[in-house]
Design a protein around this ligand. Structure first.
Ligand code: NAP
Length: 268
């Protein structure tokens, strides 16, 4: 495994496992939660040491249980989770510092852990003043060592700027959609210029043609998925592919034994 370093000084694995459909009856994000831990245990067996979850996925408990059942040791696993902000169908979200305190405490309890490696605000909700107040709670938990790194998700440059102006501690990560056809290059560049590590959600979930990407993979004996994940790594982007298949889980970690050329990077 390769690692990137966050502004707090801690290392984050370059590839983590997405989890948004883990512990669900039909392996689908919206299906019923049944708490099974098979995918977490299989991912740890495949070599994952980083899980990305969120309160809104409703599966933090299964992620925590899977880590415990695997006996890998909490200290060997990096966990990111997220504060549920904008709720689907509700345009008038309002979030207060006490909501952030409750959300962090709920996640700690569900994950059965005393600390969270990376805690993110899941979505901007368009209120800079409230965001700044909620962020102060994250800063406080960070300074107490309960959150080892803090960041945001789905923040655009326009969302990041006011937060960076008002905060004492800058976000260390912005988890955004990064995939072929939607590279979000402006936000990635802005983040990297400002010491914020970009993280790619949905890295393998895209509509553009996979064939040209597979043609590049064929040169190295790699799949289109491995080429895309390797592109993230070479661009300094943490990536969190999710799979319910042990073989895919393993494949998605096997991206550190080849290197894409500049010309190939431009063509993906
Ligand atoms: N912050 C946010 O707002 C946000 C939003 C969405 C997602 N996320 C996070 O990002 C994670 C990843 O995103 P995602 O789950 O939407 O999509 P994804 O990881 O980009 O794609 C998942 C799909 O790719 C397939 N797949 C995985 N590895 C493969 C491989 N090697 N070859 C071929 N197919 C492969 C999976 O099928 P199989 O199961 O059959 O392998 C699954 O259908 C989520 O799980 C979640 O943790 C965050």
């Amino acid at each position: 495994m390769e690692y990137f370093r966050l502004a707090s000084g801690i290392e984050i694995p370059a590839v983590g496992s997405g989890t948004n459909s883990f512990a669900k009856v039909k392996d689908e994000v919206g299906s019923t939660y049944d708490g099974h831990t098979d995918e977490v245990i299989s991912a740890i067996r495949a070599g994952y040491r980083f899980f990305d979850t969120a309160e809104s996925y409703g599966n933090e408990e299964a992620i925590g249980n899977g880590i415990i059942e695997s006996r890998i040791g909490r200290e060997n696993i990096f966990i990111s989770t997220k504060m549920r902000t904008r709720i689907m169908g509700q345009d008038t979200a309002s979030w207060k510092p006490e909501d952030a305190v409750s959300a962090i405490e709920r996640s700690l309890a569900k994950l059965k852990t005393e600390y969270i490696d990376l805690y993110l605000i899941h979505m901007p909700w368009g209120n800079d003043r409230e965001t700044a107040e909620v962020w102060k709670v994250l800063e406080d938990y960070f300074e107490r060592g309960v959150l080892r790194a803090i960041g945001v998700s789905n923040f655009t440059i326009d969302d990041l700027r006011p937060l960076m102006d008002s905060c004492r501690i800058r976000p260390m990560v912005d988890q955004i959609k990064i995939a072929p056809g939607r590279w979000n290059e402006d936000t990635v560049t802005f983040c990297q210029y400002n010491g914020i590590v970009p993280m790619a959600w949905g890295p393998l979930n895209f509509d553009t043609d996979r064939e040209p990407i597979q043609a590049i993979g064929d040169r190295y004996g790699k799949s289109w998925a491995q080429v895309v994940l390797r592109r993230d790594f070479q661009n300094g982007i943490v990536t969190i592919p999710k799979s319910h298949s042990f073989q895919h889980q393993k494949d998605n970690l096997e991206i550190f034994d080849f290197e894409l050329t500049e010309e190939e990077l431009r063509r993906i």
